[in-house]
Design a protein around this ligand. Sequence first.
Ligand code: 5GP
Length: 198
Amino acid sequence: MTFTPIVLVGPSGVGKGTVLSALRSRCPEIWLSVSVTTRLPRPGEVDGEHYFFLSDDAFDSLIESGGLLEWAAYQTSRYGTPRAAVEEKIGEGRAVVMELDVQGARQVAARLDGVRTVFLAPPSWEELRRRLYGRGTEAADVIERRLDTARGEMDFMEHCDHVVVNTEVESAVRELVKLIGLAASEQPDQRAEKDIHR
Ligand code: 5GP
């Protein structure tokens, strides 16, 4: 059985983190790529679990050594996907999911055979705004910058292989499970129920 590697992309605040944690609880066998970033951890984020938090110098070294499958600057920080882990997990026949911004999705789509891009879309623009403010993790100016970026990100939707509208988490998860080629368990796995808010 081979699974389809997925790049999940969508505007900040659309609920990628919530959908991914629900997906993992349904399908604990999924391997979710852990990105490197130069941004500071948010409260509750754990190094090595949500991201590997790196200094600018360490990020530069990874780029120079070819250790990143892709990388991009987003707002005032940089984010990248460690190459070796992704290649290894695909080689092992694991179901691989990467959560990236639009720039990263473009790069991975061009570099990784068989990968499918999935755009997680909000039900409406107003709902996206409401979710970003409701999250309460960023200041208003940061949210407004993210909404500006989101306007551009929405244009990427038509270039993706699939669009999943995140009206309701469980139905979004069911669509993703089908795209990856997995079978979901009826009961969520409590151990994987951790919210990985991104
Ligand atoms: P956040 O700061 O909210 O965790 O993430 C900001 C943006 O960076 C999100 O759109 C997220 O999908 C994206 N992102 C996370 N990891 C990566 C990565 O490895 N590469 C790229 N290109 N974008 C990423």
